[in-house]
Design a binder for this molecule. Structure first.
Ligand code: ADP
Ligand code: MG
Length: 261
């Protein structure tokens, strides 16, 4: 790569929506989406059901092609799925392979990346350790709680060593305590790995708690209504962050937005 190409790719945002429209089956789903996500940023997207949150995520994943405008990853147009962009789905039950134990589910990502067999065992142990599953490598998904299965899905996504992690309501099916634990684990992991995160949720407080910015989408067709910067210090704390006046202010603003739809 030439010096100028290096400079360009470093200057480019990690992800860029540039005037993106998307129609599916003749229906306008997203309209005029402009958004730049910088490297290492944690972006949360909220909006009423059906407004196009998942569709935005699928555009980044390369599952849809913009009808107008472009979605760029590190300065290049996204034109299909790439191992550099990993996805964590809400439905861990469908995302994990039930006939593979935890270690072999993580191995799946390494196999796809053609990591030599001799290196896999250590990497699997490392990634399971990162999500607190070191002692559960031999367990099958059916033998794990929902929280453990979601940790496993995160371990598998991180094993891809992605620069971007797409998360679609990943903690939506978990109980409140498990959800908070996983929020904190997730923040730690992506901060340590420098991963850029695009996180879809319908939980206002979750969006503020996790995000550097919160994007609100309004429906029919999906448009960006607003982008809110979250001026809350890191590391976030489940008690003090949620009591911070800035947290409460944003909660009110976002609540009013959701109520308005
Ligand atoms: N493949 C598709 N074909 C036609 N319409 C779709 C398709 N996928 C999603 N939609 C529609 O796009 C809109 C946005 O969907 P989605 O992005 O899943 O919303 P959200 O995740 O915000 O709940 C919905 O009205 C949905 O019915
Ligand atoms: Mg969705």
């Amino acid at each position: 790569m030439s010096q100028s190409a290096v400079a360009t790719s470093q200057a480019a945002p990690e992800i860029c929506f540039d005037g993106v429209d998307l129609s599916l089956g003749g229906l306008e789903i997203l309209k005029g989406i402009d958004l730049e996500i910088r490297r290492g940023e944690f972006i949360c997207v909220i909006g009423p059901s059906g407004c196009g949150k998942t569709t935005m995520l699928r555009l980044i994943a390369g599952f849809h092609r913009a009808t107008a405008g472009a979605v760029m990853h590190e300065g290049r147009a996204v034109n299909g799925p790439s191992p550099d962009i990993a996805i964590v789905f809400q439905d861990y039950g469908k995302a994990l392979l039930p006939w593979r134990n935890a270690a072999d589910n993580v191995a799946l990502a390494l196999e796809a990346m053609r990591v030599p067999k001799s290196q896999r065992a250590d990497m699997i142990t490392g990634f399971l350790g990162k999500v607190g599953l070191a002692d559960h490598a031999q367990k099958f998904p059916s033998q794990m709680s929902g929280g453990m299965q979601q940790r496993l899905q995160i371990a598998r996504a991180l094993a891809q060593n992605p620069s971007v992690l797409l998360m679609d309501e990943p903690f939506g099916a978990l109980d409140a305590m498990t959800r908070q634990t996983l929020q904190d684990e997730c923040l730690n992991l992506v901060e340590n790995m420098g991963t850029t995160v695009f996180f879809v949720t319908h939980d206002i407080e979750e969006a503020i708690y996790l995000g550097d910015r919160v994007v609100t989408l309004s429906p029919n067709p999906g448009r960006i209504a607003d982008i809110h910067t979250v001026n809350l210090p890191r590391p976030r704390n489940q008690l003090t962050t949620r009591e911070d006046p800035e947290f409460l202010r944003l909660r009110r603003v976002l609540f009013d937005f959701i109520q308005g739809h």
